[in-house]
Design a binder for this molecule. Structure first.
Ligand SMILES: CC(C)(COP(=O)(O)OP(=O)(O)OC[C@H]1O[C@@H](n2cnc3c(N)ncnc32)[C@H](O)[C@@H]1O)[C@@H](O)C(=O)NCCC(=O)NCCS
Ligand SMILES: Nc1ncnc2c1ncn2[C@@H]1O[C@H](COP(=O)(O)OP(=O)(O)OP(=O)(O)O)[C@@H](O)[C@H]1O
Length: 240
């Protein structure tokens, strides 16, 4: 299966790209942000560990219904780097496990290409399971503007703290196979997505031929048959 790693800084446009890949290009999406929310639902192991570590540190850690107060926890960890590390250590193993399960789910259902949307793709070394990596990037000013429009109530300092806690855009660009520049219109972004998908398709076909079991069986049978024929041929030659 060709896993296409999609990453980018906060509010760079990852979800916009993955939505387009899903709706227009019919690709299945594994969304790490969504998975990271599921693994901290009340009752989950990660939830219990978070409550036990952060209760007393983070004010109003829990909402009335028992769910984590994500904005408050976010405010705390993005201004306390050591505690962000603790939160990552608690959540990432569960997120990684759920990602592998989701990829397996799509593989079993016959998909041979899947988009893995992970904000921390390189930081968490998830790029090692990707055949291709794509980064969505935009200028810092655009990023801050979009972030504050979307997360109403987030201060400039909070927004900058989140950006600071992530890999720099420059490093992402160096480490990615493809870069989508998202400073302009959605149309401009969609054009770039089309170009990348067209380029990836041949890689995808090669991967399918190598790993799709029926193709594997056909090529293995062809090799065995050709070896049998050639050894019969050599035997006949020796007998003459
Ligand atoms: C800190 C939390 C509670 C804040 O929740 P909130 O609802 O405000 O944000 P949300 O989860 O929607 O994330 C929004 C964006 O924040 C950034 N972000 C989230 N977690 C992290 C992190 N650990 N390090 C750096 N950036 C992060 C990403 O760009 C992400 O797309 C939450 O992000 C969290 O539990 N993070 C730890 C798990 C994680 O690493 N998730 C990222 C996917 S692996
Ligand atoms: N080209 C664009 N033009 C205008 N608005 C855009 C463009 N691309 C994205 N946006 C808007 O910017 C915001 C952030 O985009 P999006 O949610 O796709 O980013 P993200 O990288 O998935 O964010 P996060 O890191 O929080 O998951 C959204 O409100 C989205 O509608």
């Amino acid at each position: 299966m060709l896993v296409v790693g999609l990453t980018g800084g906060i509010a760079s446009g990852k979800s916009t790209v993955s939505r387009r890949l899903q709706e227009n290009h019919k690709l299945p999406i594994v969304d790490a942000d969504k998975i990271a929310r599921d693994v901290v639902e009340p009752g989950q192991t990660a939830y219990k560990q978070i409550v036990s570590y952060f209760e007393g540190k983070v004010q109003n850690l829990l909402l009335e219904d028992g769910h984590l107060n994500r904005p408050e926890l976010g405010k705390w960890v993005f201004s306390h780097p050591q505690d962000l590390k603790v939160l990552n250590k608690i959540t990432h193993p569960a997120v990684r496990y759920a990602i592998f399960k989701a990829l397996g789910y799509y593989y079993i259902r016959g998909y041979r290409m899947c988009v893995l949307d992970v904000p921390l793709l390189f930081e968490a070394h998830m790029d090692t399971i990707c055949g291709v990596t794509i980064s969505v990037v935009c200028d810092r000013s655009t990023q801050l503007e979009r972030l504050q429009v979307r997360n109403v109530g987030m201060t400039l300092e909070e927004a900058e703290n989140r950006i600071k806690s992530q890999m720099s855009t420059e490093e992402r660009i160096i480490r990615s196979d493809y870069v989508l520049e998202n400073n302009g219109t959605l149309l401009h972004l969609y054009d770039q997505i089309n170009d990348v998908v067209k380029t990836i398709q041949p890689t995808f076909m090669r991967t399918s031929l190598e790993y799709f079991p029926p193709f594997g069986a056909v090529s293995a049978t062809a090799v065995i048959l050709s070896r049998m024929i050639s050894s019969k041929f050599q035997q006949k030659k020796r007998e003459q």
